[in-house]
Design a protein around this ligand. Sequence first.
Ligand SMILES: *Cc1c(COP(=O)(O)O)cnc(C)c1O
Length: 413
Amino acid sequence: MQPASQSHLLPTFDRADLSFDRGEGVWLIASNGERYLDFGAGVAVNALGHAHPDLVKALTDQAQKLWHTSNLVRIPEGEALADRLCQLTFADRVFFTNSGAEALEGAFKTARKYHYVNGNPERVEIITFEGAFHGRTLATIAAGGQQKYLEGFGPISPGFIQLPFGDHEALKKAVTPHTAAILIEPVQGEGGVRPVPPQCLRGLRELCDQHGILLIFDEVQTGVGRSGKLFAHEGANVTPDIMAIAKGIGGGFPLGAFLTTEEAGKGMTAGTHGSTFGGNPLAMAVGNKVLEIISDEEFLQHVRDVSLLLKQRLAGLKHQYPDIIEDIRGEGLLMGIKMNENFLNTHFVVEARTHKLIVVGAGDNVVRLIPPLIVSKDDVSEAIIRLENTCLNMKRKSHTVGPSLLPQPEFGK
Ligand SMILES: *Cc1c(COP(=O)(O)O)cnc(C)c1O
């Protein structure tokens, strides 16, 4: 392979000089045969690990029959997946997309259209929170509100109001007759694995109900078992009006969706929205199988059991290396190691890779541990050994070159 700098790919990602030939469960096997323990899961995507036999079968069986028909005809596998998603959640209706950002775009359109058909076309504003990440399209970078993602891309898509994380007073003031919806991730993923306390999610629900505002949850990262519940908001005992999902639901096949109640979705009638590829039979075959496996209560219990062990072992690691690790946070198998200011998460990710462990950076100087949900307790023990070695080397290097005074580089997303 030619050096990455000579590749014809647009260099928007700061890629590691590493590629994989195949995967087996929680393991990735590099072109040179080296085995890496995958605690990144393609950024929380490979929920059932790599080459899960049931998913391979679901995809290849469908591939023998029919790939694509368009949404001009019925797609029975899509109706089945929508039925199942609605049985399992607050929702009555589902629209399938190919990515998380596209699911959020649909959620924004649904929220605005709801107020429009209610005779309130002025209600267009969507309130979001600092540190949020909702994708990389023009509307979703406006929703995310991060300067580094907005800069240079022209006028910012209007109608998004960003508030500080956890500032209740600012929130109450921001609600106006123009507010259409409040959008939040139950646990901020890219923003640094910051869980929203359950009482805050309940408070948002109350505020929305008081003012006739729609509540949108972005569960693109937290959804489909990642939190130890099928959806993270179940832990707070609240339901949204609209929810975006993606990442885990396709198990590695590009698939997203937005889910809505009948009421919130009532403006989305024939002709108001569309997608050429959304809900295609290949994606639906995989999505049905992923949901069948993950929605099983025993499977979710496994996620919670392994999560508890991981959290305990990480707490032990923090105890061992208090100068490197400031905090352990997260839910289920979305865990974050918050680094002390003298150590950079980006260095940690690179160092972990030399110990054949894949982890992912996040904002707020956090290292994310987001393994496939099928990860075993033995895999956790193995990861902890590699994390210990990573910490040891970080510490050694800091003694030789001193604490890093570099500004924090952007994590590659
Ligand atoms: C990854 C992510 C998105 C964007 O999904 P894409 O498939 O990359 O468009 C949106 N919201 C959250 C919370 C995410 O983690």
